[in-house]
Design a protein. Structure first.
Length: 333
């Protein structure tokens, strides 16, 4: 892919939430939920974003779409800087960038019919009127493989997988180019997850969509993603092509995550190296100095506490933030 194919570009994005205390609400600190992340997403590409709960994955997605106003950094959609847009220009830009939320039960208004939920973006941007709205809603409902005859039903009459399909239909209403998928399958039954993933892939092929796919399930991320970014305590510690990152993880945290993926073959466990990290994840209110991962890293040295490593490209398309990326333990076996 070339630079011309870049759809989304994130530059040193930061999102710090202030902490207030006392009667006069004095700021005494901040939660560094996202603390300087940079990456690109190309047209038609899926970038998987993985990491432990609380590492800043969902905040990254929401800040990219300006649902949170970033503390610092820039986000570009094509050549338009989203972080510089004011109210109405940003509202108009939302036709091109959408989000699918984690909880299909909470993300749909229980007082609205499916027809009204899916039609809402069309009315908000004036992209359809009259009978065009019903025709478009029927088209979208069929697109996500639901029966258009159910349009006048309410969300509580559908299963979790069906509700998530309704959320997908709503996100597609105005033909966006980029969608943030915030753990869209984690609240669904395992039997339904594969169906929804296949739907995402079919829609991507048909409409040339780009996804930021946020998830916990590393095996599912490997299936759907073109590239994978690994996040820890507000920063991205490794980013590479999905085959490269699963075949040759370099960062100690990535290696620990991948060692925890369940494998169906019992004989594989006899030779598999299980990496168990010691200690707890530090608080994002007061993260460690230098390398964020050093307090749990099995190969950390004293100098790891002195400064933050550079997020650099160590091989074509493979980025890592680690002083010891070339440590013997990280070499391909």
């Amino acid at each position: 892919m070339t630079e011309k194919d870049v759809l989304i570009q994130v530059e040193d994005l930061k999102m710090h939430f202030p902490i207030y205390r006392g009667v006069i609400r004095r700021q005494v600190g901040s939660v560094r939920a996202v603390d300087g992340v940079s990456f690109k997403i190309h047209r038609g590409e899926t970038l998987g974003l993985v990491g432990e709960s609380g590492c800043g994955k969902s905040t990254t997605g929401r800040t990219m779409l300006q649902l949170y106003k970033p503390t610092a950094g820039k986000v570009f959609f094509k050549d338009i800087e989203l972080t510089a847009l004011k109210n109405e220009p940003m509202r108009q830009m939302r036709k091109n960038i959408q989000m699918i939320f984690q909880d299909p039960y909470a993300s749909l208004n229980p007082r609205m019919t499916i027809r009204d939920i899916v039609a809402e973006p069309l009315l908000a941007f004036g992209t359809a009127s009259g009978r065009e709205i019903d025709d478009r809603v029927r088209e979208l409902v069929r697109l996500v493989k639901l029966d258009p005859d159910f349009m006048l039903r309410y969300p509580h009459e559908f299963s979790g997988g069906q509700r998530q399909r309704i959320g997908i239909a709503r996100a597609l209403a105005n033909n966006p180019s980029f969608i943030v998928c915030d753990e869209p399958i984690s609240a669904l039954d395992v039997s339904i997850q594969a169906q929804v993933i296949n739907l995402f892939e079919d829609l991507q092929k048909e409409f040339d969509l780009a996804y930021l796919f946020i998830a916990h399930d590393l095996s599912m991320v490997r299936h759907i993603s073109d590239r994978v970014a690994v996040m820890y305590l507000g920063i991205i510690v490794e980013l590479a092509d999905r085959r490269e990152i699963y075949r040759n993880p370099i960062h100690p945290y990535t290696k620990a995550l991948l060692s925890a993926i369940p494998v169906a073959d019992p004989s594989f466990y006899e030779t598999r190296e299980r990496i168990v990290l010691e200690g707890d994840v530090p608080s994002p209110v007061n993260p460690p100095s230098g390398c964020r991962f050093r307090t749990r890293c099995p190969i950390a040295e004293g100098y790891c506490a002195e400064s933050r490593p550079e997020f650099k490209e160590v091989s074509p398309g493979h980025f890592v933030e680690c002083f010891k990326w070339d440590h013997p333990d990280n070499q391909r076996r």
